[in-house]
Design a protein around this ligand. Structure first.
Ligand SMILES: O=P(O)(O)OC[C@H]1O[C@H](OP(=O)(O)OP(=O)(O)O)[C@H](O)[C@@H]1O
Ligand code: HPA
Length: 177
């Protein structure tokens, strides 16, 4: 029995995740033909999605990592988004695709888009595996969206509860939360 089976139920299984990621990868491949694409992976939650998505994009892309944190171990945002790790290169003139695991209140992505646009990239688009529109506090346009989910706290496939459960291989819900 896997370590998480007692605590985590399945919301979106691995096959469904991978099928949708293949579709998104194909769409991004078409849209960025002839452009130099930079994936900006938002640490830590988006890492699993970003790596699977990158494998499904048939283009010579560049990877950058940007760390932000605002949940501080709980299920509610602190509302204060902090950069914990910055990208390694200037973003000016680049075609950026920001990769997120989830857009919940939208506060993190709102902060990130403002921060990245100030660096004068050629373009900025957003890919998010999940969207939880019922909790939105600010409007974020998602160019490449995996799934829309209800107002439940999800874990797995990169998403954590108090830093745990990121390595659960599917999108799950905490039982009894
Ligand atoms: O739309 P929001 O309400 O801002 O929520 C979304 C953000 O919250 C999570 O990050 P978190 O701050 O928990 O850091 P982590 O990715 O390291 O877990 C998630 O990975 C998103 O970045
Ligand atoms: O539902 C969630 N799960 C894990 N991390 C999150 N960060 C924002 N929303 C969530």
């Amino acid at each position: 029995m896997a370590f998480y089976e007692k605590d985590v139920g399945t919301l979106i299984d691995e096959a469904k995740l991978q099928a949708r990621i293949r579709e998104l990868g194909a769409e991004i491949t078409r849209d960025y033909q002839g452009k130099e694409l930079t994936l900006v992976c938002v640490l830590k939650g988006s890492t699993f999605f970003a790596m699977d998505l990158a494998r499904n994009i048939d283009l010579p892309l560049t990877l950058e990592f940007l760390g932000v944190s605002s949940y501080q171990g709980g299920t509610e945002t602190t509302g204060e988004v902090r950069i914990t790790t910055d990208v390694s290169k200037p973003m000016a003139g680049k075609h950026l695709l920001v990769i997120e695991d989830i857009i919940d209140t939208g506060l993190t992505m709102g902060f990130l888009l403002e921060n990245l646009r100030a660096r004068h990239p050629a373009s900025v688009k957003v890919a998010s595996l999940l969207e939880k529109p019922s909790r939105a506090r600010t409007k974020v346009d998602i160019d490449y969206k995996g799934f829309v989910i209800d107002d439940v706290f999800v874990v797995g496939y990169g998403l954590d509860y108090a830093e745990k459960y990121r390595n659960v291989p599917f999108i799950g819900v905490m039982k009894g939360k």
